[in-house]
Design a protein around this ligand. Structure first.
Ligand code: SF4
Ligand code: SF4
Length: 230
């Protein structure tokens, strides 16, 4: 953390201000921040606040006060402790602290901040799975060595995965490589959305290798459907 603090001190105030301006210019910003009563309801509702030195109230107030230095610090540290559950949306002032954190994270990723790359480093497999299949973490990723923190039962589940999946009532879930069967039309729409909204470009800022793989997968599929994007 001492190294991180040193690096942050190396960043000019103008650069921090530029990043803050990107946050406030986000189209969602004024919907997510109206003011703050300092009531702490968001903290009481926040699961991450129970386990980490983390406070959605402090982040909301730093942004509302336009505390450029503190917001930059939070953008590099605190925001990655949020689980994006949006329990804090019960804010009586009408704020969405989780939404503000989403914007802060996106600005951190779009600008390739080193801390954003470090925070997302372990999620390459998950991002690949979600963005290439259009679903989410799939049953075949439940392997003991992949997620050691998921406990000893993972081994039993992974050994009988096919059987467990066939026991599920909806037919779309009888699959182990995907979370559920997804229609080609839906996947095409998702690929187009990720291309056109710049989500794929954001991946490039944090992991160029992953970006290349995803781009190949998506472009090939989209070209088959008659879309030529590059
Ligand atoms: S719940 Fe809303 S008003 Fe209360 S501290 Fe959190 S952000 Fe501020
Ligand atoms: S979205 Fe983030 S800040 Fe809000 S309650 Fe969930 S973990 Fe806490």
């Amino acid at each position: 953390m001492a190294q991180l603090t040193l690096k942050q001190a190396d960043v000019s105030y103008e650069e921090k201000e530029r990043l803050f301006t990107q946050v406030t210019q986000d189209i969602r910003f004024h919907d997510y921040l109206k003011g703050c009563y300092e009531c702490g309801i968001c903290v009481a509702a926040c699961p991450s606040a129970r386990f980490y030195d983390f406070s959605p109230r402090k982040i909301t107030q730093a942004v509302a006060r336009e505390d450029i230095e503190l917001v930059y610090k939070q953008m590099n540290e605190d925001v990655w402790n949020c689980s994006q559950c949006f329990s804090c949306d019960r804010c009586p002032r009408g704020n969405s602290p989780g939404g503000i954190i989403t914007i802060l994270r996106e600005v951190a990723v779009k600008n390739g901040l080193r801390t954003a790359k470090a925070a997302l480093e372990g999620y390459g497999r998950v991002v690949y799975k979600i963005m290439s299949t259009g679903t989410q973490v799939s049953p075949d990723m439940l392997q003991p060595d992949a997620f050691p923190d998921w406990g000893p039962e993972v081994r039993d589940v992974s050994e009988n995965l096919d059987l467990w999946r066939r026991a599920l009532p909806p037919e779309t879930l009888h699959t182990t490589e995907l979370a559920w069967d997804i229609e080609e039309k839906t996947l095409t729409e998702l690929y187009l959305i990720w291309h056109l909204t710049g989500v794929l470009d954001m991946i490039k800022e944090i992991d160029e290798g992953l970006h290349m793989i995803l781009q190949d997968v998506m472009e090939e599929a989209l070209e088959e459907k008659g879309y030529h994007l590059s």
